[in-house]
Design a protein around this ligand. Structure first.
Ligand code: PMP
Length: 361
């Protein structure tokens, strides 16, 4: 079997040691006499897995004790829908700073139960930049300010997340969590679907300051109550136990590799290599994002002639480079460079891009 370099935006490439470990324990987990897929989430074997994953995530991200960590099914979109139900009262203003597709999604998920306002947006410029802090129009008394740390489709990342004022800042870190050191204490809450940097799809993480869990929120089913979820250690119902387990393996792998500071260095080198190849191609390839907002995780780029797109993708695949097709919203190409993507993978991509240009220039 030969595994390609997989540039998928998510579900994304996982570290090979994690996959091998998951494979080994799929059939029989420890001394359980059963697969981890087959054991109770309330038994001691799984409880140990769950607690270790949380402890390791707390270490990896330096999560302060006054923050709860909630593991939840339903994807980041479900978190987006539950934020206003848990942290705002009906009809209350909630400010959304929109720098791409996923910021718009978050706003849409909230709009049915709160006064979700666009505090700032870079849509008029085609989401090629983040909206500068000077142009934010925050609402006094808003329940929170929401932004997307890294826009997975548009390839736009906040390099320095601004202060939001008095309302707690809630940030969608789905596609950049654990890619560099993060000061959790600056945020009211951080959330992420796991399927990019934290592990497999099917589980999301919400890191939330405990005082926000005391907010009354709005009428909601008990299962959608984050305070209750935190009290029950994310086990109000059967959690996605396999996904939680593989997330734990992935977090452990990141710690073993040197933690977020090490990944920040690797990610900076990977992104610099690819952007240099694009910018140095004399216009054959182009990335349209403003220099100060270019994502280190997701790099959208276009060929000078879109008629070559299919050939590029076919030949890339033959060269062992897969999932480079851009999102339908933008077209073109996109390379996602999450923590599991080795530097050799990015080197292989830029080598391929140079050869493709030479052959089809
Ligand atoms: N936010 C961001 C930044 C994303 O990239 C995605 C998915 N790609 C989502 C939210 C939605 O996540 P999910 O599919 O897990 O609901």
């Amino acid at each position: 079997m030969s595994r390609a370099y997989n540039f998928s935006p998510g579900p994304a490439m996982l570290p090979e040691p994690v996959l091998r470990q998951a494979q080994a324990t799929m059939l029989e987990f420890g001394s359980c006499g059963a697969s981890i897929l087959e054991i109770s989430h309330r038994g001691p074997d799984f409880i140990a897995v769950a607690q270790q994953a949380e402890a390791d995530l707390r270490t990896l991200l330096a999560i302060p004790d006054d923050y709860a960590v909630i593991f939840t099914a339903g994807g980041a979109t479900t978190v987006q829908a539950l934020l206003p139900l848990n942290f705002a009262v009906a009809g209350q203003a909630c400010d959304y700073v929109v720098s791409g597709h996923w910021g718009k999604t978050a706003l849409k998920q909230a709009a049915h139960c709160v006064d979700a306002r666009i505090a700032a947006s870079s849509e008029a410029g085609g989401f090629r930049d983040v909206p500068a802090r000077a142009h934010w129009r925050l609402t006094p008394g808003a329940a929170y300010v929401h932004l997307t740390a890294n826009e997975t489709i548009h390839g736009v990342e906040w390099r320095d997340i601004p202060e939001a004022g008095t309302a707690p800042l809630i940030a969608d870190f789905s596609s950049s969590i654990a890619s560099e050191p993060l000061d959790v204490a600056r945020f009211g809450a951080i959330y992420a679907g796991a399927q990019k940097n934290l592990g497999p799809v099917g589980i999301s993480v919400l890191i939330v300051r405990r005082d926000l869990l005391e907010r009354e929120g709005q009428p909601r089913a008990p299962i959608f109550d984050y305070a209750a979820q935190a009290r029950a250690e994310s086990m109000l119902n059967t959690p996605p136990s396999w996904n939680w387990y593989v997330l734990g393996l992935t977090v452990k792998w990141m710690l073993d590799e040197g933690g977020v500071a090490e990944f920040a260095r690797r990610n900076a080198r990977k992104a610099a290599l690819l952007y240099a190849a694009i910018d140095g191609s004399g216009g054959y390839y182009r990335n349209e994002v403003a220099a100060g907002a270019r994502s280190r995780m997701n790099v959208p780029f276009f060929l000078h002639d879109p008629a070559l797109d299919k050939l590029f993708l076919d030949e890339a695949k033959q060269a062992g480079l897969v999932a480079l097709k851009g999102h339908r919203v933008l077209g073109g190409m996109r390379a996602s460079l999450y923590n599991a993507m080795p530097e050799a993978g990015v080197q292989a991509l830029v080598d391929f891009m140079r050869e493709f240009q030479q052959a089809h220039g």
